[in-house]
Design a protein around this ligand. Structure first.
Ligand code: BTN
Length: 251
């Protein structure tokens, strides 16, 4: 059903389509353990029955209506300490696709939720396998809400819900893989400052005053950036705090 994009060098040159599976991330991780699984291999399904999300959450979508895929990357050039740059790279690629389709401002909610009008349209789950201090394999799982209009979670949306149109999943798949490759090549070519600056420019609620919760305490703060380890940087009245993913909640 899904074709390899014509315009990429390696991303999506090998497409593994399975009509149904538990989780494309799990399947891609298994595949990646075989040394013959080339970088750029994509596992895609029409019906994911046990999708996994960040922080141990589940990812539940209707069959046949969305893009549900996992991409195998081999970013051996990235140190473990730089792994957040993969989140930056992939978030920007998804942002690029959605901005082209919707012609609207797309925001990235740290670390890598993609939002339109404050509603989540895409979730990304990156799982790394390490070798020493480098990342041997990264499995990049992407769930993009496309043609589903019913039964979306309260703060979620889809392309179809936003535009009242249906989209060709294969065309969108090709475009997405192309944008991922472009952004990944930027990362490989050491264009990290550019990627980071674009990520921050798209960051949801950056430089705005909002309430947050950490350690069961509510506080006012202002996101000022993301540090080199990928932690969210929040300035409060008298200090600058750095948070890991599970440590802070936006209110
Ligand atoms: C999140 O926002 O919590 C991340 C969701 C990631 C969902 C995708 S769907 C394809 C891939 N396979 C999975 O099991 N999860 C990711």
């Amino acid at each position: 059903m899904y074709k390899s994009p014509a315009n990429t060098l390696f991303v999506g040159k090998n497409v593994v389509f399975v009509p149904e599976c538990h989780s494309t991330n799990t399947l891609a991780t298994q595949l990646s353990q075989n040394p013959s699984a080339s970088e750029g291999t994509v596992v895609i399904t029409s019906n994911q029955t046990a999708g996994r999300g960040q922080r141990g959450n589940t990812w539940v979508v209707e069959p046949n209506r969305n893009l549900t895929l996992s991409l195998i990357l081999k970013p051996g050039f990235l140190m473990l300490s730089e792994q957040f740059m993969l989140n930056v790279t992939v978030s920007l690629a998804v942002r690029d696709v959605l901005a082209e389709v919707l012609h609207e401002a797309i925001h990235i909610k740290w670390p890598n939720d993609i939002l339109v009008h404050e509603m989540k349209i895409c979730g990304i789950l990156i799982e790394n396998q390490l070798r020493g201090k480098t990342i041997e394999t990264a499995v990049v799982g992407i769930g993009l809400n496309v043609n589903q209009v019913d039964s979306l979670p309260v703060k979620a949306t889809s392309l179809a819900k936003l535009t009242n149109q249906q989209y060709n999943l294969n065309d969108l798949f090709s475009t997405l893989l192309g944008r991922i490759e472009t952004r990944y090549l930027q990362l490989k070519q050491q264009k990290r400052q550019i990627l980071k600056a674009e990520y921050l420019a798209a960051l949801y609620r950056i430089n705005e005053d909002h309430q947050f919760e950490a350690n069961n305490q509510v506080f006012n703060g202002r996101i000022t950036g993301v540090d080199a380890s990928g932690r969210l940087v929040v300035a409060t009245g008298n200090e600058v705090r750095h948070f890991e993913v599970k440590e802070v909640r936006y209110l």
